[in-house]
Design a protein around this ligand. Structure first.
Ligand code: XUL
Ligand code: CO
Length: 444
């Protein structure tokens, strides 16, 4: 299949490259805050943020929902789910990403190439599309942030993939990930993500949880071994999600995933790809998930989106809330950044936002929201006011007693002796939550 090195796509006529025009511009197809080359803490914004477009939402999303048919107007989609259609879509996707000015994209194998009648045919399709993706990557400099395999859409995965009750499904999933890893390597992918898909259960009565989780660990070890064999040195990620499509997903949240990795000897090989809407489904704030992973060295990459506070499922909306992006960027800066990860917009335009231009508005808004969050977080760090309040709160740990406890020289006997002699502990000081919150608002 002949792939093209130039891009003849004109799917977005009338839309030029999106430029930084500053906060006062009236042009809604411009960045107000994201200036790729502007230095923040000495690093260009593009390298802090490493924005990626999700192929599945932006180029395979149709707008269908359980109550209605597809709504998306995508004039370039004239060839359906064929190889020809897939190759045309690559050009459209690269036209979009070039105009938007993002450095990265992410895909599942079945997003970019149609599934064939056999595994061998699916692999041939994927190779043909990957050849075109590679040429367009070389032409534009846009890189693959991470690849993944879709182990959940096909009916064969009805009971899961690595955790299926059917051993042949496990084998098929292994073959699919093997191929996806090869393609990710060929495209210079910076990472490879495992989202659990249907790895979970709907009912414990029909589920052998121990067996399923053992199989998941075995599957992951096979992936690690194969990556080593082919020389794939990209970062592996787990993407936690607590529920949907199953009522309990095994990769529930960061704490669950990190425990699974440690319990199965995988902690050196896998970090977290943390998604905002998944965090909230788990009953956590995104900041909690980032902090939990970051403090233990498991912060890898993020899937940026947001849920709707009134809707209890994974709505995958584009992030526009500056408070949220400030929390995210503050925590990311605190743990030294995301490289080799990035900020993947795992987000979809609403079903009602069905015109091609809405893809631009959505991404521009998300990128600007993160750029503002980054600048605010950097200002908070430069000023040091929040850190000072935090240090004050824990000041007693700098006392001689605090230092002795932290250095490990104390035990229950010595501490009891000290408190018996003293009679009571010193009174606590205020937590000053409202002062913290007011101070944060002064930066926003
Ligand atoms: C599903 C989800 C996935 C992963 C990749 O909720 O987030 O799109 O990001 O499989
Ligand atoms: Co995701």
């Amino acid at each position: 299949m002949a792939a093209v090195a130039r891009n003849s796509s004109q799917a977005f006529p009338g839309i030029d490259a999106i430029r930084y025009e500053g906060p006062t511009t009236k042009n809604m197809l411009a960045f107000r805050h994201y200036d790729a080359s502007e230095l923040v803490e000495g690093v260009p914004m593009r390298d802090h943020l490493r924005f990626a477009v999700s192929y599945w939402h932006s180029f395979r999303g149709t707008g269908s929902d359980p109550f209605g048919a597809p709504t998306m107007l995508r004039p370039w989609e004239t060839r359906g789910d064929t190889l020809e259609g897939a190759l045309n879509r690559v050009e459209v996707a690269f036209e979009f990403m070039e105009k938007l000015g993002v450095g990265f994209y992410c895909f599942h194998d079945r997003d970019v190439a149609p599934e064939g009648k056999t595994l061998a045919e699916s692999n041939r399709h994927l190779d043909a599309v990957a050849a075109s993706l590679k040429l367009h990557q070389e032409r534009t400099g846009i890189q693959l942030l991470w690849g993944t395999a879709n182990l959940f859409s096909n009916p064969r995965y009805v009971h899961g993939a690595a955790t299926s009750c059917n051993a042949e499904v496990f084998a098929y999933a292994a073959a699919q990930v093997k191929k996806a890893l090869e393609v990710t390597l060929a495209l210079g992918g910076k990472g490879y993500t495992f989202w659990g898909g249907r790895e979970g259960y709907q009912c414990l009565w029909n589920t052998d949880m121990k067996r399923e989780m053992d199989h998941l660990a075995r599957f992951m070890h096979m992936a690690v071994a194969y990556a080593k064999e082919i020389g794939f040195t990209g970062q592996f990620y787990f993407e936690p999600k607590p529920r949907e499509p199953t009522k309990h997903q095994y990769d529930f949240d960061c704490a669950t995933c990190i425990n699974f990795l440690r319990a199965n000897g995988l902690e050196q090989h896998v970090k977290m790809n943390i998604e905002t809407n998944h965090a909230t489904l788990a009953g956590h704030e995104m900041q909690h998930e980032l902090e939990y992973a970051g403090m233990q060295g498991f912060l890898g990459s993020i899937d940026a989106n947001t849920g709707d506070p009134l809707v209890g499922w994974d709505t995958d909306q584009f992030p526009t809330n500056i408070y949220l992006t400030t929390q995210v960027m503050y925590t990311i800066l605190k743990y030294g950044g995301l490289i080799p990860g990035g900020i993947n917009f795992d987000a979809k335009v609403r079903r009602e936002s069905f015109e091609p231009v809405d893809l631009f508005h959505a991404h521009i808004g998300g990128m600007d929201a993160f750029a503002r969050g980054l600048k605010i977080a950097a200002a908070m760090r430069a000023d040091g006011g929040i850190q000072k309040l935090l240090d004050d709160r824990y000041a007693s740990w700098s006392s001689p007693l605090g230092r002795r406890i932290d250095s490990g020289t104390e035990n229950f006997h010595t501490l009891e002796k000290e408190m018996l002699a003293k009679g009571d502990s010193e009174p606590c000081t205020s937590g000053r939550q409202e002062l913290f919150e007011n101070l944060i608002n002064t930066y926003i």
